[in-house]
Design a protein around this ligand. Sequence first.
Ligand SMILES: Cc1ncc(COP(=O)(O)O)c(C=O)c1O
Length: 400
Amino acid sequence: MPKLADRAGKIAESVTLAVDAKAKQLAAEGVDVVGFGAGEPDFDTPKYVCEAGKAAIDKGQTRYTPASGTMELKKAVAAKLKKDNGLEYDPAKEVLISCGAKHVIYNLIDVMVNPGDEVVIPAPYWVSYPEMVRVADGIPVMPLAGGDQGFKLTPAQWAKAITPKTKAVILNSPSNPTGAVYSPEELKAIAAVLVDKDVWVISDEIYEKLVFGSMKHASIAALEPKLKARTLVVNGHSKSYAMTGWRIGYAAGPAAVIKAAANLQSHSTSNPSTMCQVAATAALTQNDGGARELETMRKEFEGRRDLIVDRLNKLPGVKCVKPDGAFYVFPDVSGCYGKSYAGVKMTDSLTFASVCLEKAHVALVPGSAFGDDRCVRLSFATSREKINKGIDRLEKLLKG
Ligand SMILES: Cc1ncc(COP(=O)(O)O)c(C=O)c1O
């Protein structure tokens, strides 16, 4: 058999796979597993968006569009970025529509990173960032911000991580897996570090609409105009509009990068699905941009956050920072390491997750997958009833 490319060997197998496969196997055997693994909202896509998608098919909007997306959607995205984020872009040259934000980021990294270039990715990080950088033969540099600092890198840590080899930095606020949100003041301080460095900034704002309490989402490019020429704002419909299956994401930024990424996309996927682009345009332009639906979801997530954080912090050995955004909590469970539960010793986040699954039938994701082995990730994109049921089980396990 011919050998695969060296590149193929660089992509790590997901450490979450083992736990996920086991959870699915247990469920298939009829075990009632409470799942905290979901990375998607448990709401349905708003009705007016679905109607727009269906109408597009009925109207015969079933053919190719320009590879980088339709002008209608690009205009809708540009209008959204102006209204919500105070950022102005030329829809014709500075906006790219791709098959989800994941695809957007993949394209961007591929056109930015040369072999040996460093990309700063604050840990805990979304699992795909380092793998994408490795596929591009780049080197992920991953300084850690633990729960004691709210999972947010300090400006000094940012400054230290950036070297002459740094090509890009990835900022993800609100964050997956921690739910941490950088305040406008914190972003300004980071912008002050980045402004005189010759690096691209990828600002992944996919959880923008899920921010709680008095915290406000801000876009770093709007806070420091000088940074806008080097910043790529990434967003999409998956999380805010509960549209994970529609696969629509977008980037806005300097025309040269958008053009290069669009060229790449034109040879890989071509355009994102045509009717999904129509639906995504409707999502942004009709029904006040879905403001009412979005707010209903946001409020529900906020209530669930309060519930899950409160309950987790009452468990022995568990410390949970209250996240300001997204739909994840990232509790530190290292207080349980070295102890035995249901006859099994927990030594790290993987054994913690395995014991929770096998002995309590609760599925959660080990923090090692996100670069912090002290923690585990629980998604609260699930009902309050299931949250209570799952935490009851964890309580029994950890107190038993
Ligand atoms: C931080 C972050 N960025 C990007 C994505 C990609 O979202 P999508 O490709 O569905 O738009 C996800 C999905 O989980 C995410 O958590």
